[in-house]
Design a protein around this ligand. Sequence first.
Ligand SMILES: Cc1cc2nc3c(=O)[nH]c(=O)nc-3n(C[C@H](O)[C@H](O)[C@H](O)COP(=O)(O)OP(=O)(O)OC[C@H]3O[C@@H](n4cnc5c(N)ncnc54)[C@H](O)[C@@H]3O)c2cc1C
Ligand code: SF4
Length: 481
Amino acid sequence: MTQRMLRFVKTGQQRPEKRSADERREDFDEIYKEFAREKAAEQASRCSQCGIPFCQIHCPLHNNIPDWLKLTAEDRLEEAYEVSQATNTFPEVCGRICPQDRLCEGNCVIEKGFSSVTIGAVERYITETAFENGWVKPIKPRRELGQSVGIIGAGPGGLAAADRLRRKGYQVHVYDRYDRVGGLMVYGIPGFKLEKDVVERRTRQMIEGGITFHTSFNVGEDATLEELRARHDALLIATGVYKKRELKMPGVGLKNIHQALTYLTASNRTGLGDTVTEFENGMLDAKGKNVVVIGGGDTAMDCVRTAVRQGAKSVKCLYRRDRENMPGSVREVAHAEEEGVEFIWLAAPQAFLGDETVSGVKAIRMRLGAADASGRRSPEAVPGSEFTLEADIVIKALGFDPEDLPRLFGAPELDVSRWGTVHIDFRTMMTNLEGVFAAGDIVRGASLVVWAIRDGRDAADAMHSYLSARQAAEADLAKAS
Ligand SMILES: Cc1cc2nc3c(=O)[nH]c(=O)nc-3n(C[C@H](O)[C@H](O)[C@H](O)COP(=O)(O)OP(=O)(O)OC[C@H]3O[C@@H](n4cnc5c(N)ncnc54)[C@H](O)[C@@H]3O)c2cc1C
Ligand code: SF4
């Protein structure tokens, strides 16, 4: 049924139904159900169609949100999908896992006084409807171009670029050291936030559209950067950030102290049907164990919620600042609490206890002191407040840094920052190497899927300009000779 807009005055905010915490604890399925058609239209009709849509400004992709909300309210879903996919390669992914409270929804003008429009849920609904109705078609370039591009990394950054370049007709080859396509969308982010068949569905569409994937291909081992440069007319580096941050304290080398990504990858692989020896032998399985996760970001939230689903005896999250100052999304913390996770705010680890295998964490209470240079209040230890937590597994979720790409790629001439992120000229998206571009986390540091998509799309446009100019110059040269 067609709905009129500006309904926020009469109609309250309603998110799609959330499964109960008891039910969620039993599996790795997504926690929100799909909107029913009428509900999606009703919620979309709450949009005030304001003159300056802050939601659009604060969406990294500048999605044309007011227009697709209006089309949804008018039951014109195929057109809504056309508008939504014009700026987003993976609307079904962003609708699920963008931290909307910090991006589009957090800036919705009706948020003041009324709750925001449920933008993410409507975006997901539009795209799911499009897939169900066969409106999502494989890429079909208008003409094939002779030039070929190589993309290193099949995460959202690399895939967004691959999609856009293929649509223009380039011969696109994507190389990834993983055996599946999707990067952290497959091996990092757990299924309860993003089910894996959602990513696989897009991958199939890209293969049908003519993109060639070279999986289990480790650039640096299977080919150097120079070899790939010789193989393609342009290259994109979209390798993400995978160097784990370490803790320096007594006992850190004990058994059963794991890195977050090692733990999450084992869980995701097991869910995908792979045999993971360290999960089978119990090392990376939290079942029946006391689990302590260290960190306060979204990766820490994913670890605690995974441990709950594996059947842990207890799950505690240790974070050195308080709830208001944690980097993780407020919504994710609320989900974790509902599922039975215990948060120990203002506490930091001092040592890991145990003989060979960890048996506990010695921690100390913290308080927030003066603000540092970034304006954030620094945590400082409260003397004499030490305490001990029982732990059979400890997971370190402290963030990621870039790997040493110049060394890994056998390309010492590649220009990187002192943190290891790849330097690019932001007007051209090109690195200091001719025809080599970069995008995503490897340029901006650990960030979000939606930013990787934005970077991938920008890089694709920049590569197109570069390749067109090169082809024109070659044609001129051929004419002249
Ligand atoms: C646990 C976790 C949870 C997250 N949750 C969210 C969330 O809820 N919402 C959100 O928006 N973001 C989330 N993020 C962040 C998000 O996943 C990343 O910002 C995003 O995936 C970055 O995309 P990318 O394409 O730059 O890199 P990646 O997704 O990391 O992809 C890089 C790809 O490059 C490949 N690669 C690396 N080196 C090589 C090499 N030498 N040769 C060949 N291939 C190589 C890797 O195998 C990988 O497939 C999360 C991250 C983590 C770790
Ligand atoms: S892509 Fe993310 S930020 Fe943009 S509209 Fe969708 S959910 Fe909001």
